[in-house]
Design a protein around this ligand. Structure first.
Ligand code: HEC
Length: 133
């Protein structure tokens, strides 16, 4: 019941931000856990935040294969390879081959949520990009 309530608030908040043009997502509703993940903060807090850790895990684990010209037959992936929704789908369905074959197993459930937060935050439809002027 409590989870449902949190989920509703999150969905309402997302709907409200969608009306104003929102450049960077501040929240992510996670379907698998039914929780609202808060991504909002100033850049100085970057490292200390959960999704700061998500970025680290993405680089250490996912990018151990998904670099350019890797020899694992893995396509090159970076934050902007997918939209926010696209990344949510990858983590919610776990249908990609590497998720099924155990390549993600170095990461705990909590860590995967953080990687999802991170990629959602910096996806191709976030206007606040690493490389934006
Ligand atoms: C051990 C190497 C390895 C690791 C670690 C790994 N992957 Fe993969 N991944 C692959 C390979 C190989 C494929 C291509 C599988 C195929 O042929 O369909 C793939 C495919 C994918 C795809 C589908 C390709 C596309 O363009 O949509 C996504 C998304 C993906 N991986 C995300 C991740 C994420 C997120 C992580 C970290 C949580 C991760 N991978 C960790 C090897 C890896």
């Amino acid at each position: 019941m409590k989870q449902l309530f949190v989920g509703m608030i999150c969905v309402l908040a997302l709907a409200a931000t969608a009306v104003t043009v929102s450049a960077t997502p501040k929240k992510r509703f996670d379907k698998t856990t039914g929780t609202c993940r808060i991504l909002d903060s100033g850049p100085l807090e970057w490292e200390s935040l959960p999704w700061g850790k998500g970025g680290k895990a993405f680089k250490q684990v996912c990018k151990s294969c998904h670099t350019r010209n890797n020899n694992q037959q893995a396509p090159f992936l970076w934050e902007e390879s997918k939209t926010s929704k696209g990344w949510n789908r990858v983590f919610a369905t776990m249908r990609v081959k590497c998720a099924k074959d155990g390549s993600w197993s170095k990461l705990s459930g909590d860590q995967l949520l953080m990687v999802n937060d991170y990629l959602y935050r910096w996806s191709s439809n976030s206007l606040d990009r690493h490389d934006s002027a």
